[in-house]
Design a binder for this molecule. Structure first.
Ligand code: ATP
Length: 953
């Protein structure tokens, strides 16, 4: 064991010098911890995870399951039924062979099963999503044993040396060791939205408030800008975030749209059945017949109550959503919030970034414009092999020193690494920068060699708001190749006379050019003339309208290193170097995905930080907009009021040169117009827009932790086509949920009406016992319903407009279908019941029970549902038009269920348990004949809708 022990009071870290903190933590800023130290500390401090505080306790979750109105009704039924059995036992009126409390036990078993299922679903869903979240959030970069390593955030221990960069979410509390331009947003802890600058060198008074501890970083906060090296001081529940988590009490989570719809359904069913019970009881009393006693009245009511509750529905919904998430993962879409599975189907507008989502994000520089001349660059991919051409002829770079100057800027003002991996040239870092590195490489200008000539001493990092970045380098003398003689590189000498530092800036051409007052022409810098400015802008437009991404480069000699956060004043009076235009080809699959979107009534919108002409060229190529489509820029948005944005938001499909904050205003405007918006984002500043969007989509590859945290879904392949595929899955899931709700509830209503009709028609007794009803609702409805949940998409699923996510469960004819089919069900069964009652009762002397009319009712209700399952597979296609094998599960479920139902009639012990009676074959066929009418009815409805030219959805 090491001697290291942490200060008792963790609140002192900010008052310690760096060395003291490292000493206390027994760590090393250059090498980090050793494997044995890590192992020992993991044992001592546990893993860096927040314990699940807040939220509901497991007991609470379990208890909550039983507050559902339908389950409450079932519990009531179980008690009353138990009480009736108890009375019968007391009075000795129990029929011979009858097991007492059978119904009560069965109902309570179902109640408990449903409760447990709901419990498992809720806690499993949380766990599964937590696992998915882990998958979607990248690892932490640490220094261990002198080497850089990416590890899971939970494996951090006190003393670990962690490296932070923009876009990262801080994984533990720590003391800064060094930093560059570090800006951290601590809103998660302090509620303060503004990012704060942090400084390693400070030591602060012990009583400094949390928000003033500028030499510490805290878990859960976000790096907005810059870089840092940090030694971890606290992990897990001992971090500031952990303390808050521990304090949090239960947090109520909003019910999902699906839960809301299910509550609505439960209320409607329970109210409807209570009204029906009332009618039956009243009729019974008025007619003063049919009810021999109060007990029979109660039995009818109880059976009706059991019949109305779709006991199998929760299980089927659980399975459907789970399968939906799995199918989406197969399409590379990772769901982070479960309701997104179903709400995705309602998306009307997809706002997508351009770079990487619509395009491949594989940049290749094709043009260079400098000293009023346009050069073509040949070569493919990231291999630094290619030629520079002027008017179709290869040039000698010695004759064009202005190009070399530009290329040095490309290599120095760059954070990417170009390297050969398994024989292939590849880049680490931003592809835009990679392309510039490759370009410089084509002229044999390599960063390693330039690192010694121009070592970096400071920087102003890139941000999507500024759309530029700068690097400040110190000019070094190096060996010239002649023994004993050293000097600055001639290219550098061309840039600068006597100053010791050089700043290189690159960024959006318009903004960079606006900050220049001189131009470099290969033989020194000269004041820039208006004519030159306008020629550069014309060249920029020409490149952009070919769909190229264009960057402008500039430099500035400096006497001293500019202070931190002085970018706005320092990046001025620059010397213009030139333009580079790179091709980022559209992803080939996106064109088809855009066309599919349009057919599906979903509007794709491009929102990009790139130039308007580049944006338009790519948008036209992909079919997002046409040639003269209007492009709204970030500057336009800046000027416009919220109302003005709202007025035009339905007409504009391209937004260019926007900053992340504009994205938020665009989503809000779309939402005010009633659109249901999916929005992509990758940067740390995209998080508010992702949260605001109905479906926030983060990029799996290029996305920052912060954007992923804020999202509902993560695109594992960053691809627009994946969003469209997920939307389609969402539609399929929602259609299938509606399909089996229609299927299950149509039969429930049929059962209720049949039970109600028996006493009203004066038939003695209740046709269906609670146990038989449970059997129907769980098994004979449940199995085919499960099979319907995996019904493949109908061919037109992406050829119709989206449905509103706010629509009621009964919308678009579902309510009327349920009632209509329920009535048809009831009419068919009641006719059979009436016939069977008199036929069976009169056919005496065959040794069979006269009560078997009830079994005929039971059987025909079950078999009719089999026909219904086959017919309901499609809303519009006739069954003969469909491939019966396209969902073999339905076929299998129908066959299995029919066999099970027959077992109930023909296997004596089952017969006894379920209270059925033996049916002679001809009576069974009569049941099947009546049942077939259900199938015929649904098929006739489809023909009717087709003839009327209506689409059943
Ligand atoms: P999208 O939002 O569609 O992904 P984008 O990637 O072009 O578009 P940003 O990354 O915000 O959006 O870039 C905006 C602009 O900033 C670019 O058009 C370019 O002019 C400039 N830019 C991009 N990357 C860099 C970089 N590494 N250094 C300097 N400037 C850059």
């Amino acid at each position: 064991m090491s001697a290291h022990s942490l200060p008792e009071d963790a609140a002192v870290w900010h008052s310690l010098e760096i060395d003291k903190a490292l000493e206390l933590l027994d760590s090393n800023a250059d090498d980090g911890l050793t494997p044995s130290q890590v192992e020992e500390r993991l044992l001592k401090y546990g893993s860096n995870e927040l314990e699940e505080h807040g939220g509901r306790s497991p007991w609470q979750i379990l208890l909550d399951q039983f507050t559902n109105i339908m389950l409450l009704m079932l519990i009531g039924v179980a008690f009353i039924s138990g009480f009736l059995d108890f009375l019968s036992l007391q009075q000795g009126t129990l029929k011979s062979g009858e097991v007492p409390f059978k119904d009560t036990i069965a109902i309570m078993a179902i109640v408990i099963l449903n409760g447990v299922l709901g419990y498992v679903q809720e806690s499993r869903a949380e766990k599964a999503l937590a696992a998915l979240k882990k998958l979607s959030s990248p690892s932490v970069r640490v220094l261990r044993n002198g080497k850089l390593a990416d590890i899971a955030g939970k494996d951090l221990v006190p003393g670990d040396v962690m490296l932070l960069e923009a876009g990262v979410q801080v994984a533990a509390d720590g003391r800064l060791l060094e930093q560059s331009n570090l800006q951290i947003r601590e809103s998660a802890l302090t509620g303060e939205a503004e990012a704060v600058s942090k400084q390693a060198v400070l030591t602060l008074p012990k009583d400094a408030a949390l928000g003033d501890r500028l030499n510490l970083v805290f878990q859960g906060t976000e790096v907005v800008q810059g870089r840092a090296k940090v030694v971890v001081t606290n992990t897990g529940m001992t971090t500031e975030l952990g303390k808050i988590a521990a304090m949090l009490q239960s947090v109520d989570s909003e019910p999902t749209p699906l839960q809301q719809r299910m509550t609505q359904l439960g209320n409607a069913l329970v109210t409807g059945s209570l009204v029906l019970v009332g009618i039956v009881v009243l009729t019974g009393i008025i007619q003063a017949r049919g009810f021999s006693n109060i007990q029979e009245l109660l039995e009818v009511s109880l059976s009706m109550a059991v019949a109305v509750v779709p006991e199998g529905l929760p299980a089927v919904i659980t399975v459907t959503l789970a399968l939906g998430t799995q199918r989406m993962v197969r399409h590379h879409a990772l769901i982070r919030k479960l309701p997104a599975v179903e709400t995705l189907g309602s998306v009307t507008t997809i706002c997508s970034d351009k770079t990487g989502t619509l395009t491949q994000n594989k940049m290749v520089v094709q043009s260079v414009y400098t000293n009023q001349k346009g050069f073509r660059v040949t070569g493919e991919g990231y291999a630094p092999v290619g030629d520079f051409q002027l008017k179709g002829q290869n040039i000698d770079l010695e004759d064009h020193p202005e190009i070399s100057g530009l290329l040095v800027a490309c290599a120095v003002c760059n954070d990417s690494v170009l390297q050969k991996e398994a024989g292939e040239w590849a880049i680490l870092g931003d592809p835009t920068e990679g392309a510039l590195m490759t370009l410089a490489g084509k002229a044999s200008i390599e960063r390693d060699q330039w690192n010694s000539k121009l070592p970096r001493v400071s920087e102003f990092p890139f941000s999507s708001e500024r759309k530029r970045m700068s690097v400040i380098s110190q000019i070094q003398e190096v060996a010239t190749g002649n023994p004993g003689i050293s000097g600055v590189d001639p290219i550098i000498a061309g840039f600068v006379s006597s100053e010791p530092y050089l700043m290189f800036t690159k960024g959006s051409p318009e903004l960079t050019l606006a900050r220049c007052n001189q131009i470099y022409l290969g033989n020194g810098s000269f004041p820039i003339e208006e004519e030159q400015r306008s020629q550069i802008l014309i060249a920029n437009d020409q490149m952009a309208s070919q769909g190229l991404r264009v960057l402008g480069l500039a430099y500035k000699p400096l006497k001293e290193i500019p202070p931190e956060a002085s970018e706005d004043t320092s990046e001025n009076e620059l010397v213009w170097l030139g333009l580079v235009g790179m091709l980022d080809a559209p992803r080939p699959e996106v064109r088809a995905a855009v066309a599919e979107c349009r057919q599906a009534g979903i509007r794709p919108i491009m929102i990009t930080g790139d130039h308007q002409l580049t944006a338009r060229a790519i948008a036209v190529d992909l079919g997002i907009a046409d040639k003269d489509a209007r492009v709204v820029t970030g500057q336009d948005l800046q000027r416009m009021s919220d109302q003005e944005i709202e007025d035009q938001v339905d007409l504009v499909s391209i937004y260019a040169r926007v900053s992340p904050e504009h994205k938020l205003r665009i989503v809000q405007a779309l939402q005010r117009r009633g659109r249901f918006v999916a929005m992509t984002g990758d940067g740390v500043n995209d998080a508010p827009a992702l949260k605001q969007a109905d479906i926030g989509i983060a990029m799996g590859i290029t996305g920052t932790d912060v954007s992923k945290e804020a999202s509902d879904m993560v695109l594992l392949d960053d691809n627009f086509a994946t969003i469209v595929a997920a939307t389609k899955e969402g539609r399929v899931v929602y259609t299938n949920i509606r399909r089996f709700i229609k299927y299950i509830l149509g039969s429930n209503i049929g059962e209720v009406l049949t039970i109600a009709a028996a006493p009203i028609l004066g038939l003695g007794g209740v046709p269906l016992s609670p146990l038989q009803i449970l059997w129907m609702n769980l098994v004979t409805d449940g199995l085919p319903a499960l099979a319907l949940a995996v019904e493949p998409p109908e061919p037109d699923v992406m050829q119709r407009p989206p449905f509103s996510p706010r629509e009621s469960i009964f919308a678009r004819g579902l309510g009327s279908y349920m009632v209509r089919i329920g009535i048809v069900f009831a009419i068919i069964t009641i006719i059979l019941m009436e016939w069977a009652y008199f036929h069976v009762k009169s056919a005496t002397g065959d040794g069979l029970s006269p009560e078997r009319w009830k079994t005929m009712v039971f059987t025909s209700l079950c078999i009719a549902q089999m026909g219904h399952a086959i017919a309901i597979r499609s809303n519009n296609q006739l069954t003969i038009e469909m491939n019966p094998l396209s969902n073999i599960f339905v076929l299998g479920a129908v066959i299995a269920t029919t066999i099970l139902q027959l077992l109930l009639i023909y296997v004596p012990p089952l017969r006894d348990f379920f209270g059925t009676h033996y049916l002679p074959l001809h009576e069974l066929f009569i049941c099947i004949g009546f049942s077939a009418l259900m199938f015929v009815w649904v098929e006739c409805e489809k023909i009717f809708f087709r003839v009327m030219g209506k689409k059943n959805v």
